[in-house]
Design a protein around this ligand. Structure first.
Ligand code: NAP
Length: 329
């Protein structure tokens, strides 16, 4: 059976999801976006498929969902559950499962406990499954170290470092980490919500702890700009000495006052691409990669999980429901 999907959000990530869904042979039955520059255009052309798909991008989500009757909505419009909540409700209302790149949906009880409960009840009542996933949260800081921890008998501390060259990422990523701003502009824009930088440190920490059965007594997160000491240039930004060339941020989870989980992101122009997962305990193991290409990897996670969630229980689920291979506290 071919999976019927609606693409909800046709930004850079939605475009990659479209290409991946096409590659997987999914039946794309609708596309939704509010950007006037995209509405009315063919999805295949906007997504850079090099051919028309016969699917027009429309702004009337209710109409697209009602007429398309998708099995799964592939959603990528925003990072914060309070803003995307009405969109998710529209999909649930027509009986469609949802998999979303919304970072705060990966562990929604942290920032939005009331909305999480509402969403869970609404999904159960409509017999649909809803999942927040992606590359981060959704893979590098949580799913990956969880699976890697399966060979550890006693875990004292988990550290994940993800370092990436921000110049290789999409425009919206480079913008949200404040490239080219002064440090003061960065801090003010972050405080005002004009840029988000990385969203989801705490969600990854809580997701990992939950998969492993660790009871955390405290979670912290923070991020700081990385300042350029030379000139840098990306496809979209020119950065002079003294301006922001990236961010370093982390999330930490504590048990009995001791940091047992630390996830750290170094996203800057000129940074090396790698991920390192350090598991300290019995035995101690370090895994290192040459880097996961974040944007296509996000699309891959979404389309690889989409056929799986249609068989999951109704309600708001997390990656914890899909990962059953991990260290157990
Ligand atoms: N979990 C992960 O690992 C992961 C990885 C990558 C990205 N993400 C997140 O996924 C989201 C999408 O990324 P992106 O770079 O493609 O973002 P983007 O550039 O902001 O694109 C989002 C698209 O959705 C549209 N949109 C916004 N509100 C909408 C609504 N109510 N109905 C329909 N369409 C709407 C936007 O239109 P306008 O431009 O007109 O607003 C835009 O075309 C971001 O929040 C990003 O942080 C998560």
């Amino acid at each position: 059976m071919s999976l019927r999907v609606v693409i909800y959000g046709v930004g850079p990530i939605g475009q990659l999801i479209t290409r991946a869904a096409y590659e997987k042979g999914f039946e794309i039955v609708g596309a939704i976006d509010i950007d006037p520059g995209k509405v009315g255009k063919d999805l295949g052309e906007v997504a850079g498929l090099g051919r028309a798909l016969g699917v027009k991008i429309e702004s009337d989500a209710d109409k697209v969902l009602r007429e398309g009757k998708p099995d799964v909505v592939l959603h990528s419009t925003g990072s914060f559950l309070d803003r995307v909540y009405p969109q998710l409700v529209k999909a649930i209302r027509v009986g469609s499962d949802v998999i979303s790149t919304c970072e705060t949906l990966a562990w929604p009880w942290y920032r939005y406990p009331e909305l999480a409960e509402l969403l869970d009840n609404y999904a159960r009542n409509n017999d649909v499954t809803i999942l927040g996933a992606g590359v981060n949260p959704g893979f590098v800081f949580d799913a990956l170290p969880s699976v890697l921890s399966t060979t550890i008998i006693r875990l004292d501390r988990l550290t994940v470092v993800r370092s990436l060259d921000a110049s290789k990422r999409r425009y919206s990523f480079q913008k949200k980490i404040g490239l080219g701003m002064s440090p003061e502009q960065f801090r003010e824009a972050l405080a005002r919500g004009e840029i988000t930088s990385h969203v989801g440190f705490a969600e990854s920490v809580l997701l990992t702890a939950s998969i492993m059965g660790l009871r955390l007594d405290k979670v912290e997160e923070d991020q700081e700009p990385v300042i350029a000491d030379a000139n840098y240039e990306t496809q979209y930004f020119r950065i002079s000495p003294g301006q922001v060339r990236g961010v370093i941020g982390h999330g930490s989870g504590f048990v009995n006052g001791k940091e047992v989980i630390r996830v750290e992101l170094r996203a800057c122009v000129g940074c090396e691409d790698y991920e390192e997962v350090r598991l300290e305990g019995e035995p101690s193991i370090t895994w290192r990669s040459t880097g996961t290409p974040g944007d296509p990897a996000t699309a891959a996670v979404i389309v690889n999980l989409a056929p799986r969630i249609i068989n999951e229980r109704p309600g708001l689920i997390t990656l914890k429901d899909l990962i059953n291979y991990a260290y157990t506290a």
